[in-house]
Design a protein around this ligand. Sequence first.
Ligand code: PEP
Ligand code: MG
Length: 562
Amino acid sequence: GGLGIGQEVLHHSQIHLSKLIDEDPEIELVHFNTTLGLMHRSLDVMMKSSELGDGEHLEILETYRMFAEDRGWITKITEHIHGGLTAEASVKKVYDDTWVRMSQITDPYLKERLHDMRDITDRLLQHLVGETRSSTTEQPDNIIVIARSMGPAELLDYDRHKVQGLILEEGTPTMHVAIIARALNIPVIAQIKDITEKIDSLDNIIVDGESGNIFIRPSEELLGSFSTKLKEREQRQAEYEAIKDKPSVTKDGIKIGLHLNAGLLHDLPLLKETSADGIGLYRTEIPFMSYPEMPDVNIQSNLYKKIIDEAENKPVIFRTLDIGADKMLPYCKDLVEDNPAIGWRSIRITLDRKGVLRSQFRALIRAAQGRELYIMFPMISEVAEFDAAKETLLIELQREKDRNGIIPKKLHVGTMLEVPALAFQLPALLKRVDFISVGSNDLMQFLFASDRGNQRLAMRYDELSPSFLRLLKNIALECSNAGVSCSLCGEMAGNPLKAMALIGLGFRNLSIRGHNFGQIKMMLQSLDVKELELYLDTQLDSIEHSLRPRLHSFAIDHGIVI
Ligand code: PEP
Ligand code: MG
């Protein structure tokens, strides 16, 4: 996400080695060991960097440091030094040998380890030959870093205040450098083939992380319009800041619960910054993606405890593992399917592999330490699946009681509603759940049989189509009649026009991304719900492709800030 304008800086990780052979292995060994110590200290300093806060990125750096302490790696380097190579030539040789062995591997997890290893090797080589990375003091004030690939520590070498964007030739959304960049609010665009050859040093570049576009050597006009966009963003941010602590109430006095969608520890400060009512969706699969292997109960429970602590008394809805389709874990390799979006994913996996589900419940129960606990299941397609998942949860609860553990003060159990079939079992479902959260991203893709990740279909169907809105209205109405809290946590809730429609359909709780709070709050403060409800009632029988143009006009005519 985000927008960055700056001058291109090509990231160099090649270090020139002038001396390869040395006669005195003892001196080289001392040089190597001292330098390794130096490097560890510099990684420690980096880990303590206050700007990074406390999050998964620290865990990545920690993994990183453990890698640098790896005995096998150190032993191989030492052997080459004994064989007559200089310390730096030995480090390079061990990396080159590994690269030759591993370069054919297509497994994304191992490929990322290779990147990490290159990052550590480069860092060590710099220390050994006494070279520092191109000093950032000589660089322009605003830079866009371009690299073939990059390790997380390499990004941290740059002056945070100068880096406005990052473009990579390789990369995946879950690669570590992307997690660090997200934590630092730097827009990243990856998988841009041959970009390092297409640009000249200090070219002006615009990185538009929202649309995934890069503009190289933009015209003065384009640069001007993006600079204006950037200034407008800053201005809007200031306006949102000003209403941050105002209640999220519509013009006609209806309270709308605004909750946060989160997945990284880094998202948690946003709870205070946005004055959100709580976390409406915590995607537990996101932290799972940043671990090198399936996290055990202790690791999970520490993480969940940190989240509940940091949320203070605000509710946090933990959604159990929703993996599969576009969310793959690097250490789960047997999930390749022809139709992954409608395949063996999410609760279907965890109901078949109960150990995973039980360990997650165990960790959550322990993390709550006597406080209230909110658990939500993803991709439930029928009431029987909800019952099966809840039964497993109750087994874990009983287990905790039997071992005299502290159980949560109150347990709230709910489900995502994102598979259309479940909407036809609402009467039975609503007797069983404490809350419902509509996952409009998946509900839309299943209702229209339209893959949410397919670029060709991205603009084809609209969430503001009368059929989708009618389905949503029925869900909101049935929940309200049954007295069950109903929220919507898909991306549509973060768009002012769509959020306006949702409120008109009866939704009183929305869960959105942190950076959408300002505009949603501003919209609802200018909204008269009663007027909108009356208008929407006259529109849902329409057979038009979308109600978007009409809703847009309604908003403009009624002074609603969208
Ligand atoms: C959804 O499907 O709308 C949702 C919120 O879940 P996810 O985007 O994680 O699938
Ligand atoms: Mg979903």
